[in-house]
Structure formats: C-alpha cells, structure tokens
Design a protein around this ligand. Structure first.
Ligand code: PBG
Length: 326
C-alpha cells in the first residue's frame, strides 16, 4: 500500500467513539405529541388502526398531556372530535368547543406545556371537507373558508393556545389568520403552517381517529400532489410571506427530499409530521414480530431529523422520550 487508506471503521469500534462522531441526536425536546380530544366524561376510545392511541375525554387528555410533559416532551398538538357537525363547522370556532375547553384544561394543569392546536374545519363539517362546500357543485370554497378558519384560530388563541397550526391548505389562510390574531389582540401567537401538506393515503388511520373522512370526493383540490417538490417550495415561500413562524412538511418519511429542500430554502424552524400511517406501519409490523419497534422508530425519527426537521410531530413521542432517557 503506497499510502495509508482512510478507514472509517476506526471510529465505529465502540459505543463511545460512535457517540463522539454522531452527527444527529434525537431528543425528547424535538417532539410534539398529537392528542385526540372528544366530548363526554371518562372516555377512552381505542383507535383501531393506531394501537395505543385513543380518543380521550378532557380529563384523560389532561393526564396524557401531563405524562408526556413529565417525560420531557415540550408540546402537544390538539385535535377535536365535537359532539355535532354541520355545514358551517360551527364547533370549530365555538368558544366552548372541544379544543377550546381542552386547551384551557391543559394550560391550567400544565402551564409550561406548549399547547399547539390544529386549525381545520374537517372534524367539524358534516361533509368532512377542510372548508366550506358549495352545495350545487361540491366545490370547496377558498375565501369563504378563510373567514371561518381565521375565526377558529383566534378562538384557540383566546382559549390559551400557545401556537396555532392551520392544516386546511386553503390559499391565503396564513395571512387571514395572522390578521385576525393581530386584530383580536393575539399578536404574540405564532403560526405553525402545514405549508407542504400532501394529499396522502398515509392519513387513513387519522381520519378514523378524528372522524374526519370526507363524505364525498377527496382532498386533492386543496392538498398537494405527491409528485410535486418545487411546488412545496412555493407553498413554503407564500406561507412565510404571509407570516408563518414555523413551516411544516407532511407526511415525513415519503417526503424526506422535500423536507431537505425546505430546510435549505428557509432559516425559519422546520417541522415534519410523521403521520398516522407512518405510525400504523411500524406498529403493525412490530405487533407481528416483523420489526423491532424501538430501534425502527428511533431510526425513522433520526432520519427525519437528519433530513432537516427541527421539530417532529409523532404519536410515538412519549415512547421515544422514555426510550431516550432509559
Ligand atoms: C386535518 C388533518 C389531517 C391530518 C392532520 N390534520 C387529515 C387530513 O388532512 O385528512 C393527518 C394527520 C395524520 O395522519 O396523522 N386536515
């Protein structure tokens, strides 16, 4: 051998050396834990395609949020399942709606825990679409929806939400929400925009959890085409112009290239949502003994962080916090 060759295995020999040269470290402080809150007393409805995930009444949601917080998870993301749905999604912006009540209860019990609220109409509309639907045509109307979405965000802020997260994918919603929040005296409430949200089959289990499947048609006229990456950058650019404080890519695993490109185009914090289908895939394989749950989840989430996520939303958040500390 004329000159020494580089040997990468030298720094892989021991756990200590591998730790020394490790480039990406997952921490509980990166994580956001989604919680489904439902009406009623003492309810814990299992979500069939998401073993270990439940629709929780407020008392259980508070306990679950506190448990995650005690494990080092800094934030929860709330989704509401209301008592009744209608065409105007009135449950979404009801000051006594399910998310508003849950937000108050969680902030009372754990004031340091960050409460992020998902802002969308799909859980509250009778037809399950994320906006207002024109009866005759079935079209999801953009600008009419913006008013209700902005009103929803302000009612969450009024209830004490620390961050509002619009997931509806109507054009212009970040600007509409920003101006409503500012006018209502919530100028300090940040917006986490689901900027690049794809029309994904990976949301299937969530729609069962949140009871939000569209009753007709699909979401492809507002959510993004999975084939497009440049367009995601445009979505991000527009959301930032409109006032987003954090931008999100969703789902995570099938879109790591998009996540990387978003990371490279903005200096704002970037979030990634490892969605219900990503959770369900690993959970199902693990329950069959086909994958080791812990190492698979940690590898998947490390990959999402390595691709560029500062913040990772995952149903595994409490488990991961436990695994990382023990
Ligand atoms: C609501 C919303 C959805 C998800 C988050 N917010 C579903 C959808 O757009 O149909 C999906 C989350 C998940 O799958 O974990 N618009």
């Amino acid at each position: 051998m004329p000159f020494p060759i580089q040997r990468l295995r030298r720094t892989r020999r021991t756990g200590a050396l591998r730790g020394l040269v490790r480039e990406t470290r997952l921490s509980p402080s990166d994580l956001v834990y989604p919680i489904f809150v439902t009406v009623g007393e003492d309810v814990r409805n299992p979500v069939a395609p998401m073993p270990g995930v439940f629709q929780l009444s407020i008392n259980h949601a508070v306990a679950e949020a506190k448990k995650a917080h005690d494990l080092g998870v800094p934030a929860v993301l709330l989704f509401g399942i209301p008592e009744a749905k209608d065409e105007a999604a009135s449950g979404a912006y009801d000051p006594e709606g399910i998310v508003q009540l849950a937000t108050r209860a969680i902030k009372d019990a754990a004031p340091e825990l960050i409460v992020i609220t998902d802002v969308c109409l799909c859980e509250y509309t009778s037809h399950g679409h994320c906006g207002v639907v024109e009866r005759e045509t079935g079209e999801v109307l953009n600008d009419v929806s913006l008013e209700l979405i902005a009103r929803t965000a302000a009612s969450h802020a009024e209830a004490g939400a620390d961050v509002v997260a619009p997931s509806d994918m109507m054009d212009g919603r970040v600007a509409a929400i920003r101006s409503e929040l500012d006018n209502e005296g919530y100028g300090n409430t940040p917006i986490l925009a689901y900027a690049a949200k794809y029309a994904s089959a990976f949301y299937g289990p969530f729609r069962e959890a949140a009871d939000s499947a569209p009753q007709f048609g699909d979401r492809r006229s507002y959510q993004m085409d999975p084939a497009n990456a440049r367009e995601a950058l445009l979505e991000v650019e527009l959301d930032i112009e409109e006032g987003a404080d954090i931008v999100m890519v969703k789902p995570a695993l099938p879109y790591l290239d998009v996540l990387r490109r978003v990371r490279e185009t903005t200096r704002l914090p970037v979030a990634a949502y490892s969605v219900s289908g990503e959770f369900a895939m690993i959970k199902a394989a693990a329950q069959n003994g086909w994958l080791d749950e812990r190492t698979t989840v940690l590898e998947a989430l490390t990959g999402i962080k390595r691709a560029g996520a500062d913040i990772i939303i995952t149903y595994y958040a409490p488990d991961v916090a436990r695994w990382l500390s023990g």
